[in-house]
Design a binder for this molecule. Sequence first.
Ligand SMILES: NC(=O)c1ccc[n+]([C@@H]2O[C@H](COP(=O)([O-])OP(=O)(O)OC[C@H]3O[C@@H](n4cnc5c(N)ncnc54)[C@H](OP(=O)(O)O)[C@@H]3O)[C@@H](O)[C@H]2O)c1
Length: 249
Amino acid sequence: MTSHPHTDQRVAIVTGGSRGIGREVARRLAADGLAVVVGYAGNDKAAEESVRTIEEAGGTAFAARADVAEEAEVAALFDRAESTYGGIDVVVHAAGRMPLSPLVDLDLADLDAVCRTNIRGTFVVDQQAARRLRPGGAIVNFSTSVLGLSFPGYGAYAATKGAVEALTLILARELRGREVTVNAVAPGPTATDLFLDGKDEETVARLAAQPPLERLGTPDDIARVVSFLAGPDGRWVNGQVLRANGGIV
Ligand SMILES: NC(=O)c1ccc[n+]([C@@H]2O[C@H](COP(=O)([O-])OP(=O)(O)OC[C@H]3O[C@@H](n4cnc5c(N)ncnc54)[C@H](OP(=O)(O)O)[C@@H]3O)[C@@H](O)[C@H]2O)c1
C-alpha cells in the first residue's frame, strides 16, 4: 500500500517545470507550501536542478518526464503524483515551444510539431486535470501577449495560443460545480531560452524597450501571477486570460 505522508499539503503539477517560466513557477509554488511535480520533455539535468533548488529551500518535489502530447505519458505522470502525494490540486501547464517563421516560408512540419505540443498537449494535460483535480483546485494554462501584438513571424505560434485561450475559457464553464478554476496567463517577452534563443542583442533590446515599464519580463514576474491564480487570493478569478506583460501593447 502506498502511504501519503503529505495528506494536508496541496499538490501541484507544473509541466515545463525544468526550465524558464515553469521552473520558477515550480519553485514559487513549493515556497508557497505545495508539493510539486516537475514535468519535463527530455532535459533530465535541468529537471534535476529544478527539484534540487526546491529541496534545498525546504520544499517537496520530484521530476517526471512526459511528452505533454502523449496521453499515456501524461496519465502516468498524474498517476505518480496521486500515488506519491495523495491527490492533485493545481495544474500549471507551462510546457510549450515557439518556432518562428513568416507564413510564406513556414515549414509545415514545424506547424504540425508546434500544434502537437501546444494544442494537443494542452488538451491532453487539461483533460487529465479536469478528470482528477480536487475541489478548490486550479488549472493555469499559458497563452502569449503576441496574440494581441501580431508580431510578424509569430503566426504558427500565436495560432496555437489562440486555441489555448479558447479551450481555457470553455473548460472553465465545463467545470461548473467542481470548485475548480481555469485561467490562462499570457506573458509578454520574458527572459527565457524560448524567448532569447536565435535573437540578436539588438532585437532583444528593441523588445525589452516596448513595455512602458521598459524591460523584459522575468520568470519571477510570471510565477507571482501564477501563485496568485493557484492560491487562495485568486479563487474569484475564473475563465480569464491574464496578460502579464508590463503594459506592452
Ligand atoms: N518566454 C516568453 O517570452 C513567453 C512569452 C509568452 C508566453 N510564453 C509561454 O510560457 C510557457 C513557458 O515558456 P518558457 O519561455 O519558460 O519556455 P522554455 O524556457 O523554452 O521552457 C520550455 C519548457 O517546456 C518543456 N517542454 C517543451 N516541449 C515539451 C513537451 N512536448 N512535453 C513536455 N514538456 C515540454 C521543456 O522541457 P525540457 O527542459 O525537457 O526541454 C521546458 O521545461 C510556454 O507555453 C510559452 O509559450 C513564454
